[in-house]
Design a protein around this ligand. Structure first.
Ligand code: FEO
Ligand code: CA
Ligand code: CA
Length: 658
């Protein structure tokens, strides 16, 4: 808790910066005080002889990095914005943005209008949720590439109690939160599906659409499938079957399957539980997932709901941390927690159909020193065969990544009965492996990374880009070539290169190559150790990349989740080529208002609209419902500020980026 700021919700985006590292493999050094000065000296030493400023040559910066080409222009010809930190959102010249959806937006014809002082769980369940994150646009009719009409599917990751309700200005008010307000928060979590249409370069919500839906943490029933379904460690007093869960929590990023379903990923589920983990039969498990027993939200959650009290329901946390699949075209479909993909702090799901028809899903586990994973289905995707594809994600092999100094990635299978994943180490079935997949990956020797967030696969090259947001606790002696900087405040992006099979990438292969795509940070500060294309501008550099999306030309659109105290400016969207003369040359396209994180970037199939989530505008130290400093004047004027989805189009129409 920040002194003088009694509400325990520090401005920290979806990730609590104070969250300890949970990986025992690095515990011995993580507790040591790493002074910034010492680390910077080490950075300078570690990267000695390499150019680490604007004009850097990545080959010199890292033996595994491809040389960024010198002097070539970006294919992104828009006039880039300037860095800044103010109360307005801004977009590059020649573009317009509209605030399409905001917290409380009615999603149904009979849904009540938003009134921030009269919010109830019933109203919230019919309205757009809080803190929007991942966005997908699914054209309508289903299966077509129509970019004028579609379903916008949006995650609602978490809530900010102090920004949502008046009077929550200290810890005692937070602790005394009445059940109805806890219910509003539960109903503000989850996901929204809403039909939208484009008319005259403007997007409209279709409230009467039969597809519109809210999925919430309050009331949406979900089933569990895969190796852990029905396992005793998933059973609770209200669900002795271990197969039926109420709701989904902390849905961060996600993905869209080739068969048209949504994958929404449960990330920081550890933040929701109260109690003493050491007094549960799951103490080791809870500790490995950072479940300390102190709720990030309010102890009132556990007071009103025993399922959030781990001493009452020690298995409840085992029912979160999964990838959830649902069919947005069927508003009655029951979301399914696909346990074969493992239980981690799932950031997102980077999906690709392999050359042989198997489906490969890349996942990051967003915590300091956690791992990168991939899941390879056993069955093959069959276009148009719904029955064959429906449960593809229940059978397959989960792997964790080990990045070797020789520039290869070894994918380590996490399969019960193989290697150390046996009863000797407490694994009695594949259910135990997927439930405690972090510990399985520890034993396998996966490489602890600098907070792996999104993994995105280029539609042009088939290379997978792993976005590592930062890791300010990596010690000088803990660096390796894939995580080359101690006290990595700015993050970096790795490019994973699958071997070729004929003319196509083999994403199911056991060994890939890897390279550093870029190292974020200020290229004018040698101590940052940044590395971009030589021509990155004063405004093109960034810190803490988080989400990404490729456009049709293979250009990567990145969003940031940084700390303006570190950078001096707010979060935004940066676009860069991943091949050709403009490789690794980012340009600033959009900037969110102060206090916000920009996430969930998504393009329509024609690339003429770019949707982005503006999460938690106004979330700053000491901010609350009443403070005018939290207002976002670009949006509707009412208090409090409303997390929103923004639609960006080119004035007069045309492809985004020029
Ligand atoms: Fe929810 Fe890792 O961002
Ligand atoms: Ca994220
Ligand atoms: Ca993040």
């Amino acid at each position: 808790m920040v002194p003088g700021h009694a509400v325990s919700q520090e401005p920290s985006a979806c990730y609590r910066e104070e969250d300890p590292c949970s990986n025992p493999r690095v515990e011995s050094t993580i507790g040591e005080v790493i002074t910034r000065r010492a680390a910077l000296k080490t950075t300078a030493a570690a990267l000695a002889g390499t150019l680490i400023s604007r004009g850097a040559n990545a080959k010199e910066a890292s033996p595994k990095s491809k040389s960024p080409p010198q002097g070539g222009p970006s294919t992104l010809t828009f006039q880039e914005l300037q860095h800044g930190y103010d109360r307005r959102a801004s977009v590059a010249a020649g573009y317009d943005f509209q605030v399409l959806l905001g917290w409380g937006e009615p999603l149904f014809a009979d849904a009540p209008n938003f009134d921030s002082r009269q919010q109830t769980s019933t109203r919230q369940s019919q309205q757009f949720g809080y803190n929007c994150d991942f966005i997908a646009f699914l054209p309508l009719p289903s299966g077509e590439r129509n970019a004028q009409r579609g379903l916008l599917c949006v995650n609602h990751e978490y809530t900010d109690t102090n920004l949502m309700f008046p009077g929550i200005t200290d810890a005692s008010a937070l602790a005394a939160l009445p059940k109805e307000l806890v219910d509003v928060e539960l109903a503000a979590h989850g996901h929204s599906v809403v039909e939208i249409q484009r008319r005259h370069n403007h997007w409209h919500i279709v409230r009467s659409s039969p597809f519109n839906r809210r999925i919430t943490a309050l009331a949406t029933e979900m089933s569990v499938s895969g190796p852990a379904a029905g396992h005793p460690r998933l059973q609770t007093s209200t669900d002795p079957t271990g197969r039926h869960v109420i709701g989904t929590l902390n849905n961060c990023a996600g993905g869209v399957t080739p068969w048209g379903t949504m994958l929404i990923c449960e990330e920081n589920f550890n933040n929701y539980f109260s109690g003493d983990p050491d007094k549960t039969p799951e103490a080791r498990n809870h500790k490995r997932y950072g479940i300390t027993g102190t709720s990030r939200f309010s102890p009132a959650w556990a007071k009103h709901y025993s399922r959030f009290n781990i001493n009452r329901e020690p298995h409840e946390p085992n029912r979160f941390g999964w990838v959830v699949e649902f069919d947005p075209h069927d508003p009655d479909s029951v979301p399914i927690k696909r346990t074969a993909l493992g239980r981690i702090k799932h950031e997102g799901a980077g999906i690709v159909v392999n050359h042989d028809g198997r489906v490969v899903i890349y996942c990051g586990d967003d915590e300091r020193f956690e791992y990168v994973y991939k899941f390879v289905t056993e069955g093959r995707y069959q276009p148009g065969n719904h029955a064959a594809n429906r449960n593809l994600l229940d059978n397959g092999t989960l792997f964790a990544a080990r990045f070797d100094e020789d520039g290869t990635v070894k994918w380590l299978p996490l399969v019960f009965g193989t290697g150390p994943l046996t009863a000797k180490h407490g694994f009695h079935s594949q259910a135990d492996v997927v439930l405690e997949v972090r510990r399985a990956a520890d034993l396998r020797g996966a490489t602890p990374m600098d907070r792996p967030e999104d993994v995105e696969v280029s539609p042009m090259t088939g290379h997978a880009f792993v976005i590592l947001t930062n890791n300010d606790r990596r010690g000088p002696e803990q660096t390796d070539q894939a995580n080359p900087r101690p006290v990595n405040e700015h993050g970096h992006i790795l490019e994973l290169i699958p071997p070729a099979s004929g003319n196509e990438a083999d994403h199911a292969a056991d060994v890939f190559r890897w390279e550093v795509f870029l190292r974020a940070g200020n290229p004018d500060k040698p101590e940052d150790g940044a590395s971009y294309h030589a021509k990155v501008s004063q405004n093109g550099w960034f810190s803490s990349p988080d989400n990404g999306a490729f456009d049709n030309q293979g250009r990567l659109w990145l969003t940031t989740d940084s700390d303006h105290h570190v950078t001096g400016f707010g979060d935004g969207i940066y676009a860069c080529d991943t091949t050709g003369p403009g490789r690794a040359l980012p340009k600033l396209f959009f900037r969110g208002p102060r206090g916000s994180e920009v996430s969930g970037v998504c393009l329509t199939p024609d690339n003429e609209t770019l949707f982005v989530s503006v999460q938690h505008p106004g979330e700053e130290e000491g901010s609350d419902f009443q403070k005018p400093s939290t207002r976002w004047p670009d949006f509707k004027t009412s208090l409090p500020p409303r997390p929103s989805v923004v639609a960006i189009t080119r004035r007069g129409g045309g492809v985004i980026g020029t």
